[in-house]
Design a protein around this ligand. Structure first.
Ligand SMILES: C[S@@+](CC[C@H](N)C(=O)[O-])C[C@H]1O[C@@H](n2cnc3c(N)ncnc32)[C@H](O)[C@@H]1O
Length: 351
């Protein structure tokens, strides 16, 4: 077989970028953990100045700075030998409340990759791996990665895209956030709608503990309750609004969960399903966003579903058609895609 050297070179070029990105995940996690980006965002400085300000070893720091400059995550001025962050780099790397804050994604990636030996074994055995069995970086990274997107969209766009829900939340409603993880979405809603009461449920006790701590810190414990419960078993039967964020596909029995949501809703209630953005056909998901989701799905979502009863394994790129089937099989009579972002699809289901 004749090798097309141009195609080979293009592939090797891609490989170098990917290899750099793979190790870069660790670099970003270090940068965030030690406050390096935040300190650098205060102005241009040499490695010695940054080391003094962050109480870190200058030699290690110099190597890290070089990796960051080579990767375009920080800016280097050869004339002054100083490093800095551009406005855009600072927005994405140093401002935790910015909608484009990215370090959480790398923490999630690094935490997920810790499971590679076990997941490789699961390819042979077919065994599952529960969310709760992962490295802590998965829980922290997931919250940090998803929160900016929720902060940018949930209250301003997703909830208003649902029929009559914003009005109910403004006047006082009972809301369940199922599979709430560390509660980022629950707390954002509670802050925006002080007359409503929010119940966050997740099967993972450590995440619920974290969610309770965050609610106390954010001063919303009076209107938010977090409890450990599975999606098919959470208590309450008169919710006006139930939401699931990026977790329906993680469940072993999403149809069972959907049936439980239906039972728990008032007749005029609404279920909002937020899922990763995906088209129905594999060929249409073969792009950079699809690559991110399929990879996380191999390490996190598919094994999580496999570890639970039924083990349907929807995967993180299920697409609208499969979600429609799940929701209508469970007995919902109305379903539509309410809105979307490049990363998420938002569906509205009603009894
Ligand atoms: C990708 S995380 C999303 C967490 C959170 N909703 C967010 O958007 O940040 C998936 C969550 O689903 C939870 N989960 C998985 N299966 C569950 C089940 N059967 N019942 C309740 N929670 C479940 C996991 O513990 C995890 O917190």
């Amino acid at each position: 077989m004749a090798i097309d050297s141009e195609k080979l070179n293009a592939f090797i070029g891609q490989f170098v970028g990917d290899l750099g990105a793979a190790v870069h995940a660790g670099m970003v996690v270090i940068g965030e953990k030690l406050g390096l980006y935040k300190t650098l965002a205060t102005g241009p400085m040499t490695s010695a100045e940054l080391a003094a300000k962050t109480k870190t070893d200058e030699r290690y720091l110099r190597e890290w700075l070089a990796s960051q400059a080579a990767g375009g995550y920080i800016t280097y001025d050869a004339k002054t030998n100083k490093f800095s962050l551009s406005e855009e780099q600072a927005f994405a790397l140093a401002k935790e409340d910015s909608p484009a804050y990215v370090p959480g994604a790398f923490e999630l990636a690094l935490g997920s990759l810790a499971a590679v030996p076990r997941i490789a074994e699961s390819f042979r055995s077919g065994a599952g791996m529960g969310w709760h069995e992962h490295d802590d970086g998965v829980f922290h990274g997931c919250e940090k990665f998803f929160r900016p997107g929720y902060a940018a969209n949930l209250v301003s766009s997703w909830i208003p895209s649902l029929q009559g829900v914003a009005e109910k939340l403004e006047s006082g409603a009972r809301v369940a956030d199922v599979g709430c993880g560390k509660g980022a979405s629950t707390i954002l809603m509670a802050k925006a709608f002080p007359k409503s009461h929010f119940f966050g449920f997740d099967y993972h006790p450590k995440s619920i503990e974290g969610a309770r701590e965050s609610a106390a810190k954010e001063g919303v414990s009076d209107r938010v309750t977090f409890d450990v419960a599975k999606a098919k078993e959470y208590p309450g039967g008169d919710y006006d609004f139930v939401a699931v964020f990026d977790c329906l596909h993680d469940m072993g029995d999403p149809i069972g969960a959907a049936s439980h949501v239906l039972r728990s809703l008032r007749k005029d209630g609404t279920w909002m399903i937020v899922e990763p953005f995906a088209k129905d056909e594999l060929k249409d998901n073969l792009n950079p966003v699809g690559r991110v989701y399929y990879s996380f799905s191999t390490l996190l979502c598919t094994p999580c579903s496999r570890s639970q009863e039924v083990g349907l394994c929807l995967g993180a790129q299920a697409g609208e058609k499969r979600i429609t089937e799940i929701v209508s099989t469970a007995g919902f009579t109305r379903f539509r895609r309410a809105t979307e972002t490049p990363f998420n699809m938002v569906y509205e289901a009603r009894p």
